[in-house]
Design a protein around this ligand. Structure first.
Ligand code: PLP
Length: 359
């Protein structure tokens, strides 16, 4: 048995994978597979409308927000956000390389103020006590820093439009969408496979920039007059959206985001608990900044030479994808929604056993 801790793309609910396999053979009893249907067939329009409705139900998204599904990954949003929102100046919180990449793109469109950065300590903490300039068109944050395992776990009050990259913690907890002007992310960390990007945006804030944007870059292009017409200006990523639909159905069946959050907290507490207890390992993120989605840890100083041995040992026990990002080193276990607590327990058992044999 394999335990998948990949950071993204990553583990998905089994039932979503099963539905996807069946839909490839026969979509919606049409006798034609989902990879071969027209995106204008009524069956597909229904899936589009249902997928949007699942987003709205799970996150409690009000009607004045559009929910659209695009291509290009979260990285494309790094320039589409400033293209649609930046007139003069934007403010950014730099909590990792994804945030830094977003800053770089925004600079193509105007003045950017980085209000705080945790680069001085390799992004191991979420900065506090910074000031958001009142004249900024928006303030951009990355709620979960996938590489470093830090997370902003609360919806902050912000004096200007708040825009969040939630690629790796969307749907992991309830979110007060009304605090945000926009939320976006790649699907491949918590809501589906790679190939679709979600954008939740307050409609009345669009069309306020002075520049003319290319048609595909302007969010208004993708907002239809009814849900089945949203994201249908051009061919949407049909298959990734279908798998997202099935993944969100699972989230709903599991009890929605309150239940997801409870489950995620249990998993995170279990793993952090072992990291703090076990003398061979130490967590890399500051405790009050710890992410409940990506758990980063390294060998304790006196056991540094055991890193390769633990990796081998973990592999032999079925652990997959626990190598830390090259900029942090050590280990990273991504324990997204679909990662079962049994997998986390298996990793914890593995750490305990390794300690018994080596410490
Ligand atoms: C993975 C990730 C991205 C990049 O997403 P792509 O879809 O690959 O462009 C951006 N931000 C965060 C927080 C991520 O985890």
């Amino acid at each position: 048995m394999k335990h998948n801790f990949n950071a993204g793309p990553c583990v998905l609910p089994k039932q979503a994978i099963e539905s996807a396999i069946n839909a490839i053979r026969d979509f919606d009893h049409t006798g034609i597979g989902i990879l071969e249907i027209s995106h204008r067939t009524p069956g597909w329009e229904r899936i589009m409308a249902e997928t949007e409705q699942l987003w709205r139900d799970l996150l409690n998204i009000p009607d004045n927000y559009a929910v659209i599904f695009l291509g290009g990954g979260a990285s494309t949003q790094f320039f589409e956000v400033p293209a649609n929102f930046l007139n003069k100046k934007a403010a950014y919180l730099q909590t990792g390389v994804w945030a830094k990449k977003a800053v770089k793109e925004a600079k193509l469109y105007g003045e950017v103020e980085v209000v705080a950065s945790s680069e001085d300590k390799n992004y191991t903490y979420i900065p506090k006590g910074y000031k958001i300039p009142a004249d900024a068109d928006y303030f951009h944050i990355t709620t979960n820093n996938t590489i470093y395992g830090t997370e902003i776990k609360e919806d902050m009050d912000c004096p200007v439009n708040l825009i969040a990259d939630m690629s790796s913690d969307i749907m992991s907890r309830p979110v007060d969408v009304t605090k945000y002007a926009m939320i976006y992310g790649g699907a491949q960390k918590n809501v589906g496979p790679a190939g679709v990007t979600f954008v939740i945006v307050r409609k009345d804030l669009l069309g306020k920039v002075e520049r003319k944007n290319p048609t595909m870059v302007d969010y208004r292009t993708h907002i239809g007059d009814e849900p089945k017409n949203n994201s249908m200006f051009n061919t949407p990523p049909v298959f990734p959206i279908f798998v997202m639909h099935e993944t969100l159905k699972w989230v709903k069946e599991m009890g929605g985001l309150e239940a997801m959050h409870k489950r995620n907290m249990e998993k995170a507490n279990l793993l952090y608990g072992e990291i703090d207890r076990n003398k061979m390992f130490v967590g890399t993120a500051e405790k009050d900044s710890r992410s409940i989605m990506n758990v980063c840890f390294v060998m304790a100083e006196q056991y540094k030479d055991k890193e390769a041995a633990f990796m081998e040992f973990a592999k032999s026990k079925g652990m997959v994808g626990i190598k830390g990002h090259r900029s942090v080193g050590g280990f990273r276990a991504s324990i997204y929604n679909a990662c079962p607590i049994e997998s986390v327990q298996a990793l914890v058992d593995c750490m305990k056993e390794f300690e018994k044999q080596n410490a």
